[in-house]
Ligand binder design. Structure first.
Ligand SMILES: Cc1cc2nc3c(=O)[nH]c(=O)nc-3n(C[C@H](O)[C@H](O)[C@H](O)COP(=O)(O)OP(=O)(O)OC[C@H]3O[C@@H](n4cnc5c(N)ncnc54)[C@H](O)[C@@H]3O)c2cc1C
Length: 461
């Protein structure tokens, strides 16, 4: 009797196991992470696939690019996040195809992952609006590698300027151009200005770092277009006080090794950062469903794609209209969409025959906008309530710490910010490469002459 009961129970467990539906989530960014975290207790077999092994907190990436934070402060291994979530397997892999007919996700080496439900949350890349050749000289900031590349270029520019004899060459290295006056461009420009003024100024002997120039170029007629015009104006004034030259209503027509063409003007600059435009990775084309001009997937009210109630797209990759406005590609949208999908999938995972016609759609709660300009300077709005200055900066800091993933990261970022606030110091200033190979070659006979040049009055440099 006992043995029979045992066998029946075992069968029930096996049945339960076999009936668990498979959820595959592509992308461990804000949306993907929110979906999987929200399904901690769901009777689902979840596979989270990301081509990188970490979740990255992109809103603070510019601080890694400008030497305030180390990249390990703003990223966390996905495997660590889900170590205790038994229903979830993390796979590091690049998804190259989605076979809708056979319900399979295909990885770069041909590995297959079957699904009952699929969430595509692959974020966005920067777009050069058809000028992809700009990228070589003007990297964008989206990944850790991008941030490290930009940090290396900024720090190396100062080192090269210190080594050069020619004053005009020195000035090219001490000129920084940021293209795009949205939050990322504004934050980058302000942060480079403070890096120069507070952290670099007493560190060099041959160059005067205060002579460095920073240009912020925006095609629209004001900075921070999604914000109220009064906040755009305040941002411009704050940046100008920090020494940034703001050029609005100007389009960049070319970027070379030598600098940036803006209309009739050529700005000689060795360091250019691209902070304009978004494009969705081409993977979404495998879904064979309508896309908008940026490549975002037009999704239904429940974030599924037309004709496939089992496939969802969330975050930057989704084109979702709410109250007649397309939701912007920001972290709060991605997070809320991820949480919405988690609730929806949890409910359906518990039903033996979920209805294909879902009643509830995604409802967006607008928490407002925030952008920081520099230490103690930020702008923001919640609905019609607008705020700026130190108050806005404190809210900005609080919100970013609250959303950062990982306890260690929160403590580390708070510590770095406190030190930075009190002393202006930047700790992440290590350059990995060397520079001599890229400097002009000097003839042996010119060495003495060079010694004389080195004693040039610093005022001239
Ligand atoms: C520099 C910067 C500053 C920002 N500042 C702010 C801010 O202050 N406030 C704000 O709200 N938002 C900000 N954003 C926007 C915000 O970060 C994004 O809206 C948010 O990250 C989108 O989340 P997501 O989940 O859609 O994509 P992501 O967070 O980008 O995650 C996508 C994930 O998908 C993975 N992936 C992509 N393709 C594949 C593939 N083929 N196979 C496997 N994995 C893949 C990627 O590796 C990545 O981990 C900023 C963005 C940037 C770049």
């Amino acid at each position: 009797m006992q043995a029979t009961l045992y066998l029946i129970l075992e069968d029930m467990v096996i049945l339960e196991f076999m009936e668990r539906k498979k959820l595959v989530v592509i992308g461990g960014g804000f949306a993907g992470l929110a979906v999987v975290k929200g399904l901690k207790k769901a009777p689902l077999d979840i596979t989270l696939i990301d081509k990188r092994n970490h979740h990255l907190f992109q809103p603070l990436l510019y601080q890694a690019a400008t030497a305030t934070l180390s990249v390990r402060d703003i990223a966390i291994a996905l495997r660590q996040v889900f170590a205790k979530q038994d229903n979830t397997t993390v796979i590091m892999g690049d998804v190259t195809d989605i076979d809708k007919k056979n319900k399979m996700v295909v990885l770069g080496n041909g590995d297959l992952f079957p699904y009952d439900y699929l969430v595509v949350a692959i974020g966005s890349r920067h777009s050069y609006f058809g000028n992809d050749h700009f990228e070589k000289n003007a990297p964008g900031i989206k990944t850790i590698s991008d941030a490290l590349l930009i940090r290396e270029r900024i720090l190396t520019a100062f080192e090269k300027a210190e080594r050069l004899d020619s004053i005009s060459e020195t000035h090219k290295y001490l000129t920084f151009v940021i293209v795009g006056g949205g939050p990322t461009g504004v934050e980058c420009a302000g942060s480079i200005a403070e890096l120069i003024q507070k952290a670099m100024h007493k560190n060099f002997r041959r160059i005067r770092t205060e002579k460095a120039r920073i240009f912020l170029i925006e095609g629209f007629d004001r900075l921070l277009p999604p914000f109220h015009p009064s906040l755009s104006e305040r941002t411009k004034k704050d940046l100008e006080k920090l020494g940034v030259t703001v050029l609005t209503n100007r389009l960049v027509t070319n970027i070379t090794e030598e600098g940036v063409q803006v209309g009739d003007t050529f700005i000689e600059a060795r360091t250019v950062i691209w902070a304009a435009g978004n494009a969705i990775p081409p993977l979404v084309q495998c879904l064979e469903t309508p896309l908008d001009r940026q490549g975002r997937v037009l999704v239904e009210k429940d974030l599924s794609i037309p004709g496939h109630s089992e496939i969802f797209v969330a975050g930057d990759a989704a084109h979702f209209k709410f109250k007649d406005k397309i939701l912007p590609g920001v972290a709060t949208v991605a997070l809320q969409q991820g949480r919405f999908l988690a609730k929806l999938l949890l409910k359906e995972a518990k039903q033996s025959h979920p209805s294909k016609h879902r009643k509830n759609g995604f409802v967006y709660f607008d928490k407002g906008n925030l952008a920081t300009i520099g230490t103690g300077k930020a702008v923001g709005n919640i609905g019609n309530f607008r705020f700026k200055g130190l108050f806005a900066w404190l809210i900005w800091g609080f919100v970013h710490i609250a959303y950062l993933v990982g306890f260690r990261n929160r403590i580390s970022v708070m510590l770095e910010w406190t030190i930075h606030y009190l002393t202006g110091a930047r700790s992440a200033r290590i350059i990995q490469g060397t520079i001599d190979e890229n400097l002009p070659k000097r003839e042996a006979s010119a060495i003495l002459e060079a010694q004389e040049i080195k004693t040039l009055d610093r005022e001239n440099r």
